[in-house]
Unconditional design. Structure first.
Length: 388
């Protein structure tokens, strides 16, 4: 491989060594420079090796980034559908809305709100055949949907109602009593302040118009949005908060059972088959470099015959391996992150964090194997004969 260049550089190295013999030792800087020049002068061989290292790294890291993206996307869809909601109700009785409001102060709770629904609670003015479901909720529901306060005359309507009547924010409506009216109705015109996916609160709410009410009196349910990791502890704490009684038990249930998402995302993340791809990448790259070291044993023997000490030869081999593998793993990691963010639509922060960690592990393992293989030096005479 590039014999002419190699011979010239080895002749120069030999002359430098002979000139310095007796006055100075072979310096570490000379080994570092020699290893660097070998890689630079390696031409197509080292370019191909660099590309292989990058391809192995990118392929394996991309596989795990894609797997993690699928897990995160599935969990996000589950949470958007109501997977982080618990619903509290009392058997054969009502929930105290004030107690529900106090649940907002419990650790692990993102928001809590009392909710009641009156099916056929009103008729829309001007539409005598419209038997409208009305939902009443406390202000915590605004945090669930990320909505601003709608104002005294504002209401929130479900998506299905918005589609049915072609309403948009700012539309005006009014109520008239119906046979199912159980509460006093606002007599003034009301304004559509926002449209929200109320369907995840229940079937009745899927076609409801929602009005805010103060946190007092009774309610049918208390909805609690939680941090998913605190689900189990909150399920055990909430009955005590609401005053569980033998004659009126507190029931805490999931709006959307965790089994509906196909398993626990945290467990699935920990047990995914691709979690150790960085170890695999590092091992494969290290084995590849071991093969390269064996193929280049004649070169190592030539250095020894020119008087380069064992430690100097080891440093040359380490420098060559570190340059090729370091650049290849860096290239492959960057490529994997770019592909993950562009093709799988993964969050950039997630892809960068996981990709960099994989790259560091792969590089550490590969460089450790480079260090081990670099310690091997072939028998000088036998290797030189094979070089003929």
């Amino acid at each position: 491989m590039i014999a002419g260049s190699l011979s010239r550089r080895h002749t120069q190295a030999s002359r430098r060594h002979k000139k310095a013999r007796g006055t100075t030792r072979w310096r570490a800087a000379s080994s570092l420079r020699e290893g660097y020049l070998n890689v630079v002068a390696g031409g197509p061989f080292f370019c191909a090796l660099l590309a292989i290292v990058a391809a192995v790294t990118a392929t394996l890291i991309t596989a795990d980034l894609a797997t993690v993206h699928r897990i995160v996307a599935r969990e996000s869809a589950f949470l958007r559908a109501g997977g982080d909601l618990l619903v509290v109700q009392r058997a054969n009785d009502h929930i105290d809305a004030r107690v529900c409001a106090r649940v907002n102060a419990v650790a692990g709770v993102r928001t809590a709100f009392a909710l009641s629904a009156d099916v056929d609670g009103a008729v829309l003015a001007g539409r005598p055949d419209s038997h409208q479901t009305l939902a009443y909720a406390t202000e915590g529901i605004l945090r669930l949907y990320g909505l601003p306060y709608p104002g005294a005359d504002g209401v929130i309507i479900s998506k299905s109602i918005a589609e049915r009547w072609q309403w948009r924010p700012g539309a005006v409506l009014a109520f008239t009593p119906s046979s199912g009216t159980a509460r006093p109705l606002p007599t003034r015109p009301l304004r559509v302040a926002a449209i929200a996916d109320l369907a995840k609160l229940g079937d009745a709410e899927s076609t409801a118009i929602l009005l805010l009410q103060p946190a007092r009196g009774n309610a049918d349910f208390c909805f609690v949005q939680i941090r998913p990791q605190d689900r189990e502890i909150l399920r055990s704490v909430l009955p005590a908060v609401f005053g569980d009684r033998a004659e009126a038990r507190i029931q805490v249930s999931d709006v959307l059972p965790p089994a509906g998402q196909g398993g626990d995302p945290a467990s699935e993340f920990r047990n995914r088959l691709t979690s150790d791809v960085s170890l695999m990448a590092g091992a494969l790259i290290g084995l590849l470099w071991g093969v390269v070291t064996w193929m280049r044993r004649g070169r190592s023997a030539l250095y020894a015959s020119l008087g380069v000490p064992y430690a100097g030869g080891v440093l040359i081999r380490w420098t060559e391996g570190a340059l090729v593998i370091g650049l290849g793993v860096l290239w492959g990691t960057t490529l994997a992150i770019a592909v993950a963010t562009a093709v799988t639509d993964a969050a950039a922060s997630q892809a960068i964090d996981l990709g960099v960690r994989h790259g560091l592990v792969a590089m550490t393992v590969a460089l450790a194997m480079v260090a081990l293989t670099g310690l091997w030096q072939p028998a000088t005479l036998a290797a030189l004969k094979e070089r003929q």
